[in-house]
Design a protein. Structure first.
Length: 256
Protein backbone atom coordinates (compact mmCIF):
# COMPACT_ATOMS: atom_id res chain seq x y z
CA UNK A 1 0.00 0.00 0.00
CA UNK A 2 1.52 3.38 -1.02
CA UNK A 3 2.22 6.02 1.62
CA UNK A 4 -0.59 8.51 2.14
CA UNK A 5 1.13 11.90 2.09
CA UNK A 6 -0.97 15.05 2.37
CA UNK A 7 -0.33 18.76 2.79
CA UNK A 8 -1.16 19.51 6.44
CA UNK A 9 -2.76 22.86 5.60
CA UNK A 10 -5.07 21.11 3.13
CA UNK A 11 -6.09 18.28 5.43
CA UNK A 12 -9.57 18.89 6.89
CA UNK A 13 -9.90 19.38 10.65
CA UNK A 14 -12.30 17.34 12.76
CA UNK A 15 -13.33 17.64 16.39
CA UNK A 16 -12.06 14.83 18.62
CA UNK A 17 -13.38 15.95 22.01
CA UNK A 18 -14.32 14.37 25.32
CA UNK A 19 -16.75 16.35 27.44
CA UNK A 20 -17.12 15.05 30.99
CA UNK A 21 -19.11 16.04 34.05
CA UNK A 22 -22.01 15.12 36.30
CA UNK A 23 -25.41 14.16 34.93
CA UNK A 24 -27.55 17.06 33.75
CA UNK A 25 -24.77 19.56 33.04
CA UNK A 26 -25.28 19.86 29.27
CA UNK A 27 -23.10 17.08 27.87
CA UNK A 28 -25.90 15.70 25.69
CA UNK A 29 -27.31 19.17 25.01
CA UNK A 30 -24.01 20.03 23.27
CA UNK A 31 -24.84 17.40 20.62
CA UNK A 32 -27.50 19.75 19.22
CA UNK A 33 -24.76 22.09 18.02
CA UNK A 34 -22.67 19.49 16.16
CA UNK A 35 -22.63 19.69 12.35
CA UNK A 36 -25.55 17.67 11.03
CA UNK A 37 -26.48 14.99 10.18
CA UNK A 38 -25.41 13.45 13.50
CA UNK A 39 -25.42 9.78 14.48
CA UNK A 40 -26.00 9.71 18.24
CA UNK A 41 -25.13 6.59 20.26
CA UNK A 42 -27.36 6.48 23.33
CA UNK A 43 -25.57 4.49 26.02
CA UNK A 44 -27.87 5.42 28.92
CA UNK A 45 -31.60 4.92 28.55
CA UNK A 46 -33.35 8.25 28.14
CA UNK A 47 -30.23 10.18 27.17
CA UNK A 48 -31.65 10.97 23.76
CA UNK A 49 -34.74 12.61 25.26
CA UNK A 50 -32.71 15.83 25.48
CA UNK A 51 -32.47 15.80 21.69
CA UNK A 52 -36.17 15.26 20.89
CA UNK A 53 -37.43 17.66 18.23
CA UNK A 54 -33.93 18.50 17.00
CA UNK A 55 -33.71 17.81 13.24
CA UNK A 56 -30.74 16.06 11.69
CA UNK A 57 -30.04 13.60 14.53
CA UNK A 58 -30.60 9.83 14.39
CA UNK A 59 -30.20 7.55 17.39
CA UNK A 60 -28.62 4.14 17.94
CA UNK A 61 -29.38 2.37 21.23
CA UNK A 62 -26.34 0.82 22.90
CA UNK A 63 -26.94 -2.80 23.96
CA UNK A 64 -23.50 -4.34 24.39
CA UNK A 65 -19.90 -3.60 23.53
CA UNK A 66 -20.37 -5.17 20.10
CA UNK A 67 -22.86 -2.41 19.29
CA UNK A 68 -19.96 0.01 18.95
CA UNK A 69 -18.27 -2.15 16.31
CA UNK A 70 -21.56 -2.29 14.42
CA UNK A 71 -21.83 1.51 14.57
CA UNK A 72 -18.31 1.88 13.19
CA UNK A 73 -19.00 -0.55 10.33
CA UNK A 74 -22.26 1.22 9.51
CA UNK A 75 -20.56 4.62 9.43
CA UNK A 76 -17.83 3.37 7.09
CA UNK A 77 -20.51 2.10 4.73
CA UNK A 78 -22.61 5.30 4.95
CA UNK A 79 -19.88 7.88 5.52
CA UNK A 80 -21.42 10.39 3.11
CA UNK A 81 -24.64 10.49 5.15
CA UNK A 82 -23.14 12.00 8.31
CA UNK A 83 -20.95 14.85 9.46
CA UNK A 84 -20.71 14.00 13.17
CA UNK A 85 -21.01 11.12 15.61
CA UNK A 86 -21.69 11.48 19.34
CA UNK A 87 -20.89 8.60 21.70
CA UNK A 88 -22.74 9.28 24.95
CA UNK A 89 -20.93 7.96 26.88
CA UNK A 90 -17.65 6.16 27.51
CA UNK A 91 -18.33 5.50 31.20
CA UNK A 92 -21.29 3.25 30.35
CA UNK A 93 -19.52 1.53 27.44
CA UNK A 94 -16.54 0.64 29.61
CA UNK A 95 -18.84 -0.55 32.39
CA UNK A 96 -20.56 -2.91 29.96
CA UNK A 97 -17.20 -4.16 28.66
CA UNK A 98 -15.92 -4.83 32.19
CA UNK A 99 -19.03 -6.91 32.91
CA UNK A 100 -18.75 -8.84 29.63
CA UNK A 101 -15.03 -9.48 30.23
CA UNK A 102 -15.68 -10.70 33.78
CA UNK A 103 -18.12 -13.30 32.40
CA UNK A 104 -15.50 -14.75 30.04
CA UNK A 105 -14.38 -18.11 31.50
CA UNK A 106 -10.78 -17.22 30.62
CA UNK A 107 -11.03 -13.79 32.28
CA UNK A 108 -13.34 -14.59 35.20
CA UNK A 109 -12.01 -13.57 38.61
CA UNK A 110 -12.69 -16.37 41.13
CA UNK A 111 -13.02 -13.77 43.89
CA UNK A 112 -15.70 -11.65 42.18
CA UNK A 113 -18.16 -12.15 39.35
CA UNK A 114 -18.11 -8.42 38.60
CA UNK A 115 -14.35 -7.87 38.24
CA UNK A 116 -12.13 -9.45 35.57
CA UNK A 117 -8.66 -10.86 36.15
CA UNK A 118 -5.56 -8.74 35.68
CA UNK A 119 -5.30 -10.08 32.14
CA UNK A 120 -8.95 -9.13 31.64
CA UNK A 121 -8.25 -5.58 32.76
CA UNK A 122 -5.52 -5.41 30.12
CA UNK A 123 -8.05 -6.53 27.52
CA UNK A 124 -10.49 -3.83 28.66
CA UNK A 125 -7.85 -1.11 28.33
CA UNK A 126 -6.76 -2.30 24.90
CA UNK A 127 -10.30 -2.55 23.54
CA UNK A 128 -11.36 0.86 24.90
CA UNK A 129 -8.31 2.57 23.45
CA UNK A 130 -8.86 0.85 20.11
CA UNK A 131 -12.50 1.99 20.15
CA UNK A 132 -11.41 5.61 20.34
CA UNK A 133 -8.60 5.25 17.82
CA UNK A 134 -10.63 3.51 15.10
CA UNK A 135 -13.37 6.14 15.25
CA UNK A 136 -10.70 8.76 14.66
CA UNK A 137 -10.00 7.22 11.28
CA UNK A 138 -13.42 8.41 10.12
CA UNK A 139 -13.67 11.81 8.37
CA UNK A 140 -16.27 12.96 10.90
CA UNK A 141 -16.47 15.12 13.99
CA UNK A 142 -16.31 12.81 17.02
CA UNK A 143 -17.71 13.83 20.40
CA UNK A 144 -17.51 11.59 23.46
CA UNK A 145 -18.99 12.07 26.90
CA UNK A 146 -18.18 10.61 30.30
CA UNK A 147 -19.22 11.12 33.88
CA UNK A 148 -16.76 12.60 36.36
CA UNK A 149 -15.26 11.45 39.64
CA UNK A 150 -13.05 12.94 42.32
CA UNK A 151 -9.87 10.97 42.97
CA UNK A 152 -6.59 11.64 44.81
CA UNK A 153 -4.32 13.79 42.66
CA UNK A 154 -1.69 11.35 41.33
CA UNK A 155 0.85 14.18 40.99
CA UNK A 156 0.83 14.88 44.75
CA UNK A 157 2.59 12.33 47.01
CA UNK A 158 0.30 10.85 49.67
CA UNK A 159 0.89 11.94 53.27
CA UNK A 160 2.91 9.57 55.48
CA UNK A 161 1.08 7.27 57.89
CA UNK A 162 0.14 8.71 61.27
CA UNK A 163 1.96 7.90 64.51
CA UNK A 164 0.02 4.63 64.78
CA UNK A 165 0.97 3.60 61.26
CA UNK A 166 -2.51 4.12 59.83
CA UNK A 167 -2.75 5.60 56.31
CA UNK A 168 -3.96 9.20 56.15
CA UNK A 169 -6.43 10.72 53.71
CA UNK A 170 -4.91 12.32 50.60
CA UNK A 171 -4.39 16.06 50.86
CA UNK A 172 -5.03 16.82 47.18
CA UNK A 173 -7.94 15.69 45.01
CA UNK A 174 -8.69 16.16 41.33
CA UNK A 175 -11.70 15.64 39.03
CA UNK A 176 -11.19 13.19 36.16
CA UNK A 177 -13.46 11.54 33.60
CA UNK A 178 -15.09 8.54 35.31
CA UNK A 179 -13.22 5.80 33.48
CA UNK A 180 -11.89 2.64 35.08
CA UNK A 181 -8.31 1.48 35.45
CA UNK A 182 -5.53 2.78 33.24
CA UNK A 183 -8.00 4.08 30.64
CA UNK A 184 -8.67 7.04 32.92
CA UNK A 185 -5.04 8.10 32.52
CA UNK A 186 -4.52 7.17 28.85
CA UNK A 187 -7.62 8.93 27.47
CA UNK A 188 -5.67 12.19 27.46
CA UNK A 189 -3.44 10.80 24.72
CA UNK A 190 -6.32 9.41 22.69
CA UNK A 191 -8.39 12.57 22.12
CA UNK A 192 -7.46 16.08 21.02
CA UNK A 193 -9.57 18.02 23.52
CA UNK A 194 -10.86 17.30 27.02
CA UNK A 195 -13.26 19.76 28.63
CA UNK A 196 -15.07 19.66 31.95
CA UNK A 197 -18.78 20.51 31.81
CA UNK A 198 -20.73 21.83 34.78
CA UNK A 199 -23.59 24.11 35.78
CA UNK A 200 -23.10 27.51 37.38
CA UNK A 201 -26.17 28.89 39.12
CA UNK A 202 -26.93 31.34 41.91
CA UNK A 203 -29.03 30.42 44.97
CA UNK A 204 -32.66 29.98 43.95
CA UNK A 205 -31.89 30.10 40.23
CA UNK A 206 -33.31 27.37 37.99
CA UNK A 207 -30.68 25.88 35.69
CA UNK A 208 -31.08 26.59 31.98
CA UNK A 209 -28.77 26.25 28.94
CA UNK A 210 -27.15 29.62 29.64
CA UNK A 211 -25.91 28.13 32.93
CA UNK A 212 -24.10 25.28 31.17
CA UNK A 213 -20.32 25.71 31.23
CA UNK A 214 -17.50 24.03 29.33
CA UNK A 215 -14.01 24.66 30.67
CA UNK A 216 -10.61 23.97 29.18
CA UNK A 217 -8.90 25.93 31.96
CA UNK A 218 -7.13 22.88 33.34
CA UNK A 219 -5.66 23.29 36.78
CA UNK A 220 -4.90 21.32 39.89
CA UNK A 221 -8.67 20.93 40.33
CA UNK A 222 -9.67 19.04 37.18
CA UNK A 223 -8.30 17.45 34.00
CA UNK A 224 -8.51 19.26 30.68
CA UNK A 225 -6.61 19.35 27.42
CA UNK A 226 -6.27 21.38 24.24
CA UNK A 227 -3.88 19.88 21.69
CA UNK A 228 -3.34 23.04 19.64
CA UNK A 229 -1.10 24.78 22.16
CA UNK A 230 0.19 27.24 19.54
CA UNK A 231 -3.08 29.12 19.46
CA UNK A 232 -4.41 28.19 22.87
CA UNK A 233 -8.06 28.70 23.58
CA UNK A 234 -9.74 31.95 24.61
CA UNK A 235 -12.06 32.14 26.36
CA UNK A 236 -11.13 29.07 28.36
CA UNK A 237 -14.64 28.80 29.81
CA UNK A 238 -17.69 28.80 27.51
CA UNK A 239 -21.27 29.52 28.56
CA UNK A 240 -23.94 27.48 26.77
CA UNK A 241 -21.11 25.95 24.70
CA UNK A 242 -21.68 25.28 21.01
CA UNK A 243 -19.55 23.67 18.34
CA UNK A 244 -19.35 26.85 16.30
CA UNK A 245 -18.03 28.78 19.30
CA UNK A 246 -15.15 26.37 19.84
CA UNK A 247 -13.97 25.95 16.26
CA UNK A 248 -12.15 29.30 15.86
CA UNK A 249 -10.10 28.56 18.97
CA UNK A 250 -9.28 24.92 18.26
CA UNK A 251 -7.89 25.07 14.73
CA UNK A 252 -5.36 27.13 12.88
CA UNK A 253 -6.73 30.18 11.14
CA UNK A 254 -7.23 29.79 7.43
CA UNK A 255 -4.55 31.32 5.25
CA UNK A 256 -5.44 34.68 3.83
Amino acid sequence: MPLKIVNLDERPWFLRMLGYGDSGVGKTYFVKSLPKPVLYVECDLGGADTLRGEPGIVVVEFEQFGTIAEVFTYLKQHIEEFKSVAIDGLSSIQGALIWETAQDPNRKNPQSEYVPTQTGWGDVLGRMRRLVKVFHTLPLHIYYTALEELIPDPSVPPPPPDEKGKPQQPTAWKLYPKLQGAFQKTIGGDVSEIGRMYIQTYPGEVAKPSNYKLSFAGSSQFQSKVRNKEIGIEPKVYSNPKFEDLVPHLIRKEKE
